[in-house]
Design a protein around this ligand. Sequence first.
Ligand SMILES: [Cu+2]
Length: 172
Amino acid sequence: MTFFKTLATAAAFTLLSVSAQAEHIKVGDLTVSKAWTRATPPNAKAGAGFVTVTNNGSEADRLVGVSSAVAERTEIHEMAVVDGVMKMRELETGVEIPAGETVTLKPGGLHIMFMGLKGKFIENEDVPVTLTFEKAGTVDVHLAVAPMGSKEMSHDHGGDHKHDDHSGHGKN
Ligand SMILES: [Cu+2]
């Protein structure tokens, strides 16, 4: 009995560590990959998460919601430079995933916004989130936590962001 228990535990553990590195999750016609976030500094109130979604189907879908137990609120945001200033806003109707295309959430663009963080994001750990798509439904993914500041983006909420070119600390 103990032997089988140990085996099962080992198998579960292996699955977890593999998923953190290269998770490709299928839901309906969609594939979710490159799910990641960044370690947060102490007392951070907000964080951003990123995923890549490929639509292998013949109809457009939409990422309409994200939820996670790690934050009080989770929204879908867009960042854009307006008059030389980085601003972000909530996309209330979500993000369209056109048929046959791939949409990438990444620093400086579309992102998942965690607000009211309940704890730190720790490097090499996973942050569980549930994505909701209009047609494909819901899917659980784990965001792999990259080092703090991977691809610099200051992300304090509420204010405007000045665009910062001083991101040259060699990571990424
Ligand atoms: Cu945001």
